[in-house]
Design a protein around this ligand. Sequence first.
Ligand code: MRU
Length: 365
Amino acid sequence: MKIDGQPYRTIFPDADGVSVQVIDQTRLPFAFELKRLRSMHDAAVAIRTMVVRGAPLIGVAAAYGLALGLAKDASDAGIERAVEFLAETRPTAINLRWALDRVAAKLRTVPIPERAAFAFAEAGRIAEEDVESCHAIGVHGARILSNLHARTGRTVNVLTHCNAGWLATVDWGTALAPIYVAHDAGVPVHVFVDETRPRNQGAALTAFELNAHGVPHTVIADNAGGHLMQHGRIDVCIVGSDRTTASGDVCNKIGTYLKALAASDNRVPFYAALPFSTIDWTLDDGVAQIPIEERDGREVSHLTGRLPDGAFATIEVVSPGSPVANPAFDVTPARLVTGIITERGVATASADGLLSLYPERRAAA
Ligand code: MRU
């Protein structure tokens, strides 16, 4: 995607093959800055502190982190240690573990002196595949939006939660990809953007992306979605996912479940858009089985923003001394999900639906 006419990806290798650059998402939307990651430790810190975030992007960042770690120790034991160290940075998004396992499995047959360079190239291949998958998600999902437009003859109002745009992937995004493809094809689309407390990824990142691409949008408080649905102002909800079970339960940013409940009550279609790397084929009960990351309570008790003089500031917003809790994700059961938009097409949120798109998984199911 472009910022001020310049094409960017969220992560890209330096020509030296021993470092990568990322867009620092903790500075957006007020400052656009790149950060260089030179070591596995740099990559782990960037993932943990959410310099990079979003399930597909942290998978790619972890794969590059593994490659950077192997420059120091590429033995079998070194690979194992690096994979465990990076996998612990964020526990919910399965893309991270998927990317690490993919690189580690391929490394087994590579001679030790060649492993770091091989892993670096493999991380690049994962990044390229992510771009292709996300664009295909956009093409499949855009059909849903253009059909809605054809049916009503008016602007399609989409509600989205958190940031599942190009900043959460390498390019294009998942939930926002259908919006970009439809908008670029001339389908009139307007997006209601949940602010997404506590970290405000909607207000800060989704709004930044949509602004940069010229997509009409309105930021709303997290609690406004149900009211808008009751009044017929949302035609469709599209969200991303950090982990989706083989049975179609969708884990995504905290608050997604409440939007799905409101959508169900108001008969608003509710879609999750995700690449194959987000599906955890080993799980079938998302509520019981998906580990939910518990983040620092300061994300709830404090807000960071920009002061009128341009300086960044963090202020306290919760009564001092009150305990806070900060579960970062929730699970929307498959029964509340109208469909899952993937790079292979749109499936019902069920084991049969997903297996119809990924028949090669049938043998394992
Ligand atoms: O905590 P974050 O900002 O990493 O959470 C991101 C989300 O919940 C996204 O919706 C999800 O990763 C899908 S990204 C295409």
